[in-house]
Ligand binder design. Structure first.
Ligand SMILES: Cc1ncc(COP(=O)(O)O)c(C=O)c1O
Length: 393
């Protein structure tokens, strides 16, 4: 087996340089603990950026995906498969909307949501109605449509021309949103808790206003729940904290528990929007990914979500008492930490040296632990963060 340095050298030679990677190669994991190629152990507060919702190699999940891999690993979408229908049913029963489409990632789910919203409006009002308003600070993916939808200037360079028909409203500013909406607006797309933008939940009064504006003018409300959904905030979907029902919801990351899968979930207005040939994906609904998703979703009962809620509250309470922490944002196990003095990347580096994996989001530290983490495991990681902030390095 290669050690970390050997893995790094090969990677630098053969893999395109698109990620600012840390000097660690993870080779195995169990629950909330990971091991690197040099035998060092880490507590994981990242879950692969919100993906490994059940932690590393949950035995039930491993059995579900490996049994499926040994049965039928793939067949084209010209045929039905049981894992796809089972995962779809579970997702719809948990989310309470109408039907869904499986793809492979968050960006792809958002692409499909943009297509579905435009089709709905085009069919009803004509092709002029195609504009989509997103929020400043948002992140919706890295395909051409979804970087255009992403409300951060830093993404809008090098690849022009970008898509037409997008505008960006200030977060939590209803007047600004109203000023961006025109007769051509077909959808407003938001993250209820902005993830990459700094773990910022939307203000509830703002969300009420957005929902009312959308309902009044038949503008579709699209919830990008790619990072915040699938139990991450202690409810199945983050928008449930706000008491609104979006017209289209996108999910990915945590639904697969570690395999690439995403979904567009359609409410009543868009449930029959796509006809055969309008949308598709070779791998969408892949039986192995769906078996994993079905298993993850089978675990999302009240007790599971209560753990997210309780451990999340516990972590926030403790973090707020640590000198060097200016503020803690987020809901459930989607946590942002604003720091008084240290820079987030330096904290990440020192945490790695002490055996803790953590993330950043803008200038904050970001924690996305596996949803099954216990208070005791969370405390172990928080002790490391406290130690790093106390030493200032
Ligand atoms: C809110 C949100 N939407 C979309 C995406 C894109 O997802 P993916 O990387 O699976 O394409 C991300 C990824 O971080 C995200 O956080």
């Amino acid at each position: 087996m290669m050690n970390s340095e050997q893995i790094k050298q090969q990677e630098d030679r053969y893999v395109a340089n698109t990620y600012a990677r840390y000097d660690v190669a993870i080779v195995s994991g169990s629950g909330v603990r990971a091991k690197d190629a040099d035998g060092r152990e880490y507590i994981d507060f990242t879950s692969g950026i919100g993906v490994n919702s059940l932690g590393f190699c949950d035995p039930g999940w491993v059995k579900a995906v490996s049994d499926q891999a040994a049965t039928v690993q793939h067949i084209s979408n010209l045929f039905y498969t049981e894992p796809c229908t089972k995962a779809a049913r579970r997702l719809i029963e948990l989310i309470g909307l109408n039907n869904m489409f499986f793809g492979n990632s968050g960006a792809e789910a958002n692409e499909g949501a943009i297509k579905a919203a435009r089709k709905y409006s085009h069919m009803k009002y004509g092709p002029h109605r195609s504009e989509i308003v997103t929020l400043e600070g948002s992140f919706h993916g890295r395909t051409m449509a979804t970087i255009t939808a992403t409300g951060q200037d830093s993404f809008h360079k090098d690849y022009n021309p970008f898509l037409q028909g997008f505008s960006y409203a200030k977060m939590d500013d209803l007047d600004d949103l109203k000023s961006k909406i025109t007769d051509n607006t077909c959808a407003v797309m938001v993250e209820f808790v902005q993830g990459e933008g700094g773990v910022n939940p939307l203000d509830p009064a703002y969300v009420d206003g957005v929902a009312a504006i959308c309902a009044e003018s038949d503008i579709l409300l699209i919830a990008d729940e790619v990072q915040s959904g699938i139990g991450r905030t202690g409810k199945f979907m983050a928008y449930e904290h706000y008491g609104v029902t979006p017209d289209i919801v996108t999910v990915a990351k945590g639904i697969g528990g570690g395999l690439p899968i995403g979904a567009i979930v359609f409410g009543g207005k868009t449930k029959d929007g796509f006809a055969p040939g309008d949308h598709g994906s070779t791998y969408g609904g892949n039986p192995v990914a769906c078996a994993g998703a079905d298993y993850v979703l089978s675990r999302m009962d009240e007790g599971f979500l209560a753990n997210v809620h309780e451990v999340g509250d516990h972590m926030k309470e403790r973090l707020l008492t640590i000198p060097g922490v200016a503020d803690v944002t987020g809901i459930g196990l989607m946590i942002g930490i604003a720091l008084t003095d240290m820079k987030a990347p330096d904290v990440v580096k020192s945490c790695l040296d002490r055996g803790l994996l953590v993330l950043t989001a803008k200038d904050k530290l970001r924690l996305l632990p596996p949803l099954v983490i216990t208070k005791g495991e969370a405390d172990e990681g928080i002790d490391i963060i406290a130690d790093v902030l106390r030493r200032g390095k």
